[in-house]
Design a protein around this ligand. Sequence first.
Ligand code: NDP
Ligand code: OXD
Length: 308
Amino acid sequence: MSFVYKSDPVRGRQWAEIFAREAPALAFRIWPDIGDPAQVRFLAAWEPPARLGELFPNLQVLFSSGAGVDQFDFAALPPGLPVVRMVEPGIIGGMVEYVSWAVLALHRDMLQYRRQQAQAQWKAAPVRPAGHCRVGVLGLGSLGRAALAQLRSFGFDCAGWSRSRHQVDGVQCFAGADELPAFLARTQILVCLLPLTDETRGFLDVALFAQLPRGAGLVQVGRGPQLVQADLLAALAQGWIADAVLDVTDPEPLPPDHPFWQHPNIWLTPHIASMTQPDTAARVVLDNLRRFEAGEEMVGRVDRARGY
Ligand code: NDP
Ligand code: OXD
């Protein structure tokens, strides 16, 4: 019985060490060294190979090596194959750091100070307490909730929005399309931590931006295709959005002449908000294998019909 890893091979070797220590009976193989395909029961991949069901006829679980699963073509996967996304402390910690940095940067006018420095300008803006700033997070999943817990600790006035109803300590929770306008109307810094699905593609558009208070900040850490780029440029030009921090774009990277690169009100980072950490991820996957064998629910099990 074997486990195939098909993602960054350097990180794969770190997984291999942990598997060898903690699950020596399970052969751990790094793509393309797959051994006998009929022996492959588990696959961890960012992009699964084509014709997965034919290649690995006895595959029992597909693990995403990242938090997102939008890179999977669900229709091409064997029907009924369990799919599990990555929910692990390393990726959560990285996202908490990035969102904290970005929200603090927007709250403390750091993009304005970058612009001023380029003009050799020494000009202070008033410092407002975090408690006077209303932050809203789209998505109350493993990453959204963790980011909100940290933002609360700075004292921000926090809210979150999700498809289904959640209760999160100290966070005003909104749910569903009906409550989106109220969530947006109160949100001065908007963080997007939604998965990419048919419903969230193009979600960050002019209609949404127009519901935010004028001069809002945007942090986009979900997926590039959720943002309508022309609408962001228009919202920035009109002042509906004051500044934006974008970690994800469509495509990645943007072409060299794309207006986002040189835009004074956009801070771009190259999809580095968070990354799966091999040591913690391998242990989480091993725990999920134990759960699978015991017939228990695996952490991060994806609802294939819902797309996340
Ligand atoms: P989860 O699946 O745990 O959470 C997703 C959340 O989004 C849930 O609260 C869900 O609502 C909500 N949601 C999904 N669709 C809708 C919708 N149509 N309307 C309202 N709410 C919706 O995901 P994670 O928190 O683990 O990750 C979120 C995303 O972050 C990933 O899919 C990935 O795209 C991105 N990411 C980006 C990284 C980066 O480096 N930039 C790194 C890692 C992840 P409900 O709770 O009701 O189901
Ligand atoms: C992920 C990512 O989904 O890095 O893990 O974006």
